[in-house]
Design a protein around this ligand. Structure first.
Ligand code: AMP
Ligand code: MG
Length: 337
């Protein structure tokens, strides 16, 4: 939790400094705690307060649908369906359709059916522990995104599996909120959903937003900053949510569906930049799971993806489309993927 507050504050400070030169439209901002994270919504508009009310309401509604712990959410209904079809909202159907697309694209590095493992390690219950090998093995038998299907607004999940959309929910919410605000005429806003940033347009003075990417080794500092307009910037990192055992060994919340353990394939942070918040969120988690070599290869094969990877050896790699918009901190050097 302390880390999350730091993430929030760090991004907040960067955003505040980025917003100091406002011109024309007045700034309105709102702090919200939702989806288990601190969020800051900042909108430049005459109607800012009303728009923020609507945005917050939308966030709460999405949280109510996507939560894996709330007994009345649509995800819980799917997890309790015992293989029977479940009718869901357009949002949940759209989100799960996207999840299945990215699960297939990343060859199962992103897999929503990994949830029983996430829970077993304690990341959704708070009772953190290292599971027995036998337990991991038995839970892994039911991990396979092919066990989930979506037809229009009907979802079927094979009996015995469970899902969680924690890897994509904030990205979806950021994208949806941005769409809603744009529709209402907003041309300048910065939505920070617990480190998932979604920008509308540019700063009120027309210059680009500046978003800091945390240094995984020292999350109070930045490894680099990115200049963006109308983009989402989403980071998955092993410092965001973790626990340590009695030997000081660290276990984090991104699980490798290949072995049911925290993904430990050479990366400690992955940031994806793009127009779609949900795509960035899905891909940042998936690239983290893939690890350094596979993630770099994936970026080369999909040149439309813009990403920053930081490995466990303090090396930073970025895709060439970011070359003009990335500024590395003094203690980082980087190379193009
Ligand atoms: P993120 O912070 O976006 O990378 O998402 C991490 C969250 O997604 C975790 O807290 C879990 O709820 C869930 N998760 C963990 N590993 C995976 C995975 N391999 N595929 C899909 N969801 C995952
Ligand atoms: Mg994600």
């Amino acid at each position: 939790m302390k880390r999350r507050v730091i993430t929030f504050l760090l991004t907040l400070v960067l955003c505040l400094s980025g917003c100091s030169q406002q011109q024309g439209q007045p700034e309105h901002h709102r702090d919200v705690f939702a989806m288990d994270t601190y969020m800051v919504l900042k909108v430049y508009s005459e109607n800012g307060e009303r728009l923020l009310d609507e945005a917050e309401q939308e966030l709460r509604m999405l949280e109510g649908r996507f939560s894996v712990t709330r007994p009345d959410s649509e995800i819980t209904a799917i997890n309790r369906s015992a293989g029977k079809p479940v009718k869901v909202s357009e949002d949940t159907a759209a989100l799960l359709t996207e999840v299945l697309y990215y699960a297939a694209l990343t060859d199962g590095a992103l897999d929503p059916t990994v949830y029983p493992l996430v829970r077993e390690w304690g990341f959704t219950t708070g009772s953190y522990h290292v599971p027995e090998q036998g337990k991991l093995h038995s839970l892994l038998q039911k991990v396979d995104y092919h066990r989930l299907s979506v037809q229009e607004q009907t979802v079927v999940l094979t009996d015995g599996s469970m899902i969680d959309v924690g890897a994509v929910a904030k990205g979806y919410a950021g994208e949806k909120l941005a769409g809603l605000l744009r529709q209402k005429g907003v041309t300048s806003a910065l939505l920070n959903l617990g480190g998932n940033v979604q920008a509308i347009g540019s700063k009120p003075d027309g210059s680009a937003w500046t978003v800091g990417i945390q240094d995984p080794e020292n999350p109070e500092e930045t490894s680099c900053t990115l200049r963006i307009r109308d983009r989402a910037v989403v980071t998955s990192g092993n410092y965001e949510r973790f626990f340590e055992d009695e030997n000081g060994c660290r276990y984090w919340h991104i699980i490798d569906p290949a072995d049911g353990c925290p993904a430990d394939n050479g990366l400690c942070s992955v940031t994806v930049v793009g127009e779609s918040g949900v795509a960035c969120d899905a891909l940042s988690t998936a690239l983290f799971v893939m690890g350094t070599d596979r993630a770099k290869e994936f970026c080369r094969q999909h040149p439309e993806i813009e990403a920053v990877l930081i490995d466990t050896e303090h090396r930073l790699y970025y895709t060439k489309g970011l070359k003009d918009d990335i500024l590395l901190s003094e203690h980082y050097s980087g190379s193009v993927i």
